[in-house]
Design a protein around this ligand. Sequence first.
Ligand code: BEZ
Length: 211
Amino acid sequence: MSIRLGDIAPNFQAETTHGPIDFYEWMQDSWTILFSHPADFTPVCTTELGAASKLKPEFDKRHVKMIALSVDPVASHNEWVLDINETQHTVVNFPIIADPEFVVSNLYGFIHPNASDRFTVRSVVIISPDKKVKLLITYPASTGRNFTEILRVIDSLQLTANYSVATPADWKEGDDVVVATSIKTEDIPAKFPKGFTEVKPYLRMTPQPNL
Ligand code: BEZ
């Protein structure tokens, strides 16, 4: 089975480096990022977990809980975390799910058999507090993820969840945003008092409304 945007993220129970969890109970009412790794003691994954743990304060600021997954058992994760801490000069400070039976990996579609039937791909799933899947990104084993880009996407997801706007290409916090096409041009001044620019009838820009 696989998941798609807008689906309810499936619940599961799993062993993690922070003890057993029920995923929904662990999430509580937070935004969540669940990201899969092909295997323990692999070079790119080691750098990714180091990068992710260094950025945890930024995820915390956005009220996003972080949880990683690798198909190896908890004892292996615990050994690997020591290596990550040592080599990446950090402290891995979020749980890593152990998924030796591929239960969670199959539930979320992290195994892409034509890429590898032994390793999960590098997937990122962002889940909103109402448990809906808001973002899916998949990278091959050979390409490490850019966690700063993931933070940028979270900023967009959280902004567009609360305002009738969308974010343009390469948008970052503080840049102008696109007024949703569902808003009539004559209704924009009341909704966006900071003003707007009509570039085309279908492309109306306004300053980021929550700043
Ligand atoms: C890595 O993390 O470096 C890796 C993992 C699985 C296959 C290839 C590379």
